[in-house]
Design a protein around this ligand. Structure first.
Ligand code: AMP
Ligand code: MG
Length: 649
């Protein structure tokens, strides 16, 4: 998509604070045009501190390597002509010179015809010698002599001076990125200092009243500053030198002072948070005062990452990344890294890519380039990319994802079953040994712990029970954990299995009502009386669950037709229900006993839910599947499950 800066896009009409949304390509092109071409400053660095830097100049070899003709073996330096007629039948007797050439010993005596000198691997070949005979092919005899039973060809086992690197040869070209191999070549030539592109100094500032640095205690409504750490690390990964200046409150005066100071000492400034044009968001207003030309793009058709702000102030890039960590990370990698690497003299990133099938439809917003993190699993016909969608605020998606796919701004979806190119986060695909797709439970981690210790990699993808069964039917996983109640047969799970799947019993989870300990409306009552008491009190607020959750069926049975205050608060997890009650946002809800206990809440048991596994039968003999079945049956994990509040089946 290519929007003129003055044209109003669909996005900007939805949200008029971003008056001009640029396409990703337009924004990047304008940003780069305002910054390049530019001279790349260089600096001298000791070899030991040059890893990852780009060479600023060609390097010409100042010496020959090796600097002298060198023996490649332990043996004897000889004149090959002396041995022309040597054979098993006619061994040649050669007199030894009174010298042993060890490494680092310069020879003194010449090798005259009929003589040899003992020499070690790496020793300099003495005058007169033109070949080395291996010690294994000689026999010591009396009176300082040896017998040799085979001929030697001229030059045998000798590396000549300059055969590796010749003096005056172009060793490395400007622009080469210094890795351990390059460091080895330079060290072999005796070079201790090199001229490299100076690493751009990148000031990193997080903004927000709510931010606290890791290591400090967290007070109510505060969160840890995640972007500071992410951006600083990503700067280092891409050739910059990060200067982290901490998190600064949304205070125009303080922030302006910090930004000005950063630009005095650094080549680039990366802020995060406060990119919206709301009253509390001040960074972009400050940028306008910092230098010319100022803001280049504020609002880019990216998802996640629309609020990205790109600016250039007197030749220095100034960027405000969106506040949500995953948005900050994607926009940094997609839009800032290309610029940073150019400033560092580095080539563009060459991330590994693989093709994979997308098993489910992914809807995408028309008009925005969208990045979707995916987990890779091995299917019957190649790689499968599962979107690991947790929303733009979720940082853990990164840990579970193997890479991401990019949906073009002009596409409104990726259809189920289509092929997509996945950019990997790591240099190679790492397909897990055991794949579990379905409903997630904290008990799973207890059972898979011994597998991880045994070296099996386990991937668990949470898509809910029905999604898991569909994945199992398509042969995309080993196990689908499910907890589905069949109203007709009043039983769990078994009625839902299809051909090719078999049921492996897992554990039972007690579901019940949670409340804050000491709340007289619930304390000491059974479930029915507790719900009656709650409904009778108009100030009592509940927290519900999402449609489709097994727990929701229970709640609906408890409530009948009543819709109490809080009914429309419908989080998607057991933990979210517990957090809502613990934090006084709600007074009661339904969750499972282990979650209630870890949150320190009161619990009234309702009914036991069966959490079992649908096993894909054709995969049963796989080592990781067998290991999982063993772990599930082991005393160790049964005890761990019990300890955590589950009841092993
Ligand atoms: P903002 O653009 O400042 O309104 O931030 C959007 C969201 O990102 C809010 O939920 C912020 O709390 C969150 N956020 C902003 N900066 C950071 C940060 N450095 N680390 C973690 N979350 C952040
Ligand atoms: Mg903020």
């Amino acid at each position: 998509m290519s929007n003129a800066p003055s044209s109003k896009s669909r996005d900007s009409m939805d949200q008029d604070q971003f008056l001009t949304i640029l396409s990703r390509e337009d924004a990047l092109e304008r940003f780069e045009a305002a910054l390049f071409p530019r001279a790349i400053p260089s600096e001298q660095r000791p070899l030991s501190d040059a890893l990852g830097c780009a060479l600023a100049q060609d390097i010409v070899a100042p010496i020959d390597v090796p600097p002298f003709d060198r023996s490649n073996v332990d043996g004897f330096a000889v004149r090959s002509a002396d041995l022309a007629s040597a054979s098993e039948a006619a061994p040649m007797r050669i007199m030894l010179n009174d010298e042993v050439i060890a490494c680092g010993t310069a020879p003194i005596r010449p090798v005259l015809s009929g003589t040899a000198t003992s020499i070690a691997t790496g020793g300099p070949v003495p005058r007169g010698a033109d070949a080395i005979v291996m010690v294994e092919h000689t026999q010591p005899v009396a009176n300082r002599a040896i017998e040799i039973r085979r001929a030697a060809s001229p030059g045998q086992f000798i590396s000549c001076a300059g055969s590796d690197i010749a003096r005056g040869e172009a060793l490395l070209r400007a622009g080469t990125v210094i890795g351990s191999r390059e460091i080895g070549m330079l060290a072999a030539c005796g070079i201790a200092q090199i001229s490299v592109a100076r690493r751009p100094r990148v000031a990193v500032i997080s903004t927000g009243d709510e931010l606290v640095q890791p290591g400090q205690p967290l007070r109510p409504a505060e969160i840890y500053d995640t972007n500071g750490a992410i951006v600083a690390a990503a700067v280092s990964e891409n050739g910059g030198e990060a200067v982290f200046l901490g998190a600064i409150a949304d205070e125009e005066e303080w922030l302006e002072a910090a930004m000005r100071k950063a630009l005095e000492t650094c080549d680039m400034l990366v802020l995060s948070g406060g990119t919206s044009k709301g009253a509390g968001d001040v960074s972009h207003r400050i940028i306008a005062r910092l230098g010319k030309p100022g803001i280049i793009a504020h609002g880019v058709a990216l998802k996640p990452g629309k609020p990205l702000c790109l600016a250039v102030c007197d030749g220095k890039p100034v960027v405000i990344l969106p506040g949500f960590p995953t948005s900050a990370m994607f926009t940094f990698h997609d839009m800032i890294v290309p610029v940073l690497r150019r400033m560092a003299g580095l080539p563009p990133r060459s991330d590994a890519k693989v093709m994979a099938k997308v098993p489910v439809r992914i809807a995408s917003e028309l008009g925005r380039t969208e990045f979707v993190m995916v987990s890779l699993v091995e299917g019957d016909r190649g790689l499968i990319a599962y979107p690991s969608g947790k929303g733009s605020g979720a940082i853990t998606s990164f840990a579970q994802a193997d890479g991401f796919l990019k949906i073009d701004a002009l596409a409104d979806q990726v259809t189920a079953g289509s092929d997509a190119e996945v950019t990997l986060f790591t240099p190679h695909v790492r397909v897990p040994d055991l794949v579990i797709i379905g409903s997630h439970c904290t008990g799973l981690d207890l059972v898979t712990a011994p597998l991880a210790r045994a070296g099996f990699s386990v991937r668990s993808i949470a898509v809910g029970s029905l999604g898991g069964l569909a994945a199992a039917r398509r042969g995309e996983c080993d196990f689908a954990p499910i907890h589905l109640f069949d109203e007709a047969s009043e039983s769990y799970n078994a009625p839902f299995l299809m051909a090719g799947l078999e049921l492996v019993p897992g554990w039972r989870r007690m579901q019940g009502i949670v409340f804050r300990v000491g709340d007289a409306r619930f304390e000491g009552l059974n479930a029915e009386s507790a719900v009656r008491a709650a409904l009778a009190d108009p100030s009592c607020i509940m927290v519900n669950r999402n449609q489709g959750a097994g727990t929701r069926i229970l709640i609906d049975r408890l409530l009948g037709d009543v819709r109490p205050d809080g009914y429309w608060n419908q989080p998607r997890s057991h933990s979210a229900v517990a957090a809502a009650v613990a934090q006084h946002r709600a007074d009661w809800g339904v969750t499972i006993a282990p979650v209630a206990h870890t949150s320190g809440l009161g619990f009234i048991p309702l009914t036991e839910e069966h959490y079992d596994f649908a096993l894909v039968t054709v995969r049963k003999e796989r080592p990781a599947v067998q290991a999982f079945l063993q772990a599930l049956a082991s005393e160790e994990s049964r005890a761990a499950l019990q300890q955590a509040g589950f009841r092993p089946a």
